[in-house]
Design a protein around this ligand. Structure first.
Ligand code: PAF
Length: 281
């Protein structure tokens, strides 16, 4: 696996493989890789001759009081996992390489509307940071396809919208959530949980499954079901941030007449913010 830190070297490497007629997929990550990331690599390998993975903890998507400094950074272990997964190119840029100008002077990519809901409401500026860095990575690597986890359902919707609105010549793919045996969605932030919180954490997914079952009968109005879910989460040690039953197409709150729904949720367990979702056919 070739590890590249500079944009110019990355572009040279991509030029060489393009000249050889190879297709290229990109898996953007922030590192601290787990099996969910490796699923993205596997999906990418099925689509393209060459898979590039980027690891960049993007300061622009963290709020002032968030975990930028403590976000887990495990470059050696990550590289080993990527080699084992058959990745041929690792893009590992420093902050100055991606943001040579101060962040407040950096041109930003806004996806209005979608970015203001749910996680965007709780984390102002977060999705502007995500859209900007993903746009930059796509412009740097210029892959045929790019792969993102469905755990970050709203993020994926925003990235699809950005790629479509800005006519980016890339196919955006979502890859299903990888869960631990007890149902907890894999996340780099799960490492923040204490043993006690880790034991409680799978409850979030169970509550969303229960809510999905109730929603699918269409017997009760959704706001009452959501309120009951929030209450049960609170009784079980969570501080719910949001629980929403939405339309997959535009993430707007759904009514009982809507089809193709997704339940999105975020909840705090101590200092750890967990997110999860369940789609309904
Ligand atoms: O999902 C993530 O890990 C990040 O938000 C992403 C897409 C790599 C952008 O920094």
């Amino acid at each position: 696996m070739e590890t590249i830190q500079q944009i110019a070297s990355l572009r040279n490497a991509v030029r060489t493989l393009r000249a050889a007629g190879k297709t290229l997929a990109l898996v953007p990550t922030m590192g601290n890789l787990h099996e969910g990331h490796i699923d993205l690599v596997r999906a990418a390998r099925e689509q393209a001759d060459v898979v590039a993975v980027s690891i960049f903890v993007n300061p622009m998507q963290f709020g002032a009081n968030e975990d930028l400094d403590s976000y887990p950074r495990t470059p050696e272990a990550d590289a080993q996992k990527l080699v084992a997964a058959g990745v041929s190119m690792l893009f590992l840029p420093g902050v100055e390489e991606i943001y040579p100008v101060p962040l407040e002077e950096q041109t930003g990519v806004e996806v209005p509307g979608l970015s203001d809901l749910y996680c965007g409401a709780s984390r102002p500026g977060h999705f502007r940071g995500v859209a900007t860095v993903v746009c930059k990575l796509l412009n740097i690597v210029q892959p045929d396809s790019a792969f993102f986890g469905e755990k970050d359902y709203q993020q994926l919707a925003i990235i699809r919208r950005m790629a479509s609105d800005l006519c980016l010549p890339v196919e955006i793919h979502g890859v299903p959530i990888r869960r631990e045996a007890d149902g907890l969605a894999m996340s780099s932030r799960n490492g923040y949980l204490s043993a006690e919180q880790r034991a409680l954490a799978p409850r979030l997914y169970r509550e969303l499954q229960q809510l999905a079952a109730a929603v699918s009968t269409r017997e009760q109005a959704f706001p009452a079901l959501i309120a009951a879910t929030r209450e049960r989460l609170e009784q079980n040690g969570f501080k719910p941030d949001y629980v929403a039953v939405c339309r997959q197409a535009d993430l707007q709150p759904a009514g009982t007449g809507d089809k193709n729904l997704v339940i999105l949720a975020a909840a705090w367990l101590g200092k750890t913010r967990l997110i999860d979702n369940v789609t309904l056919p």
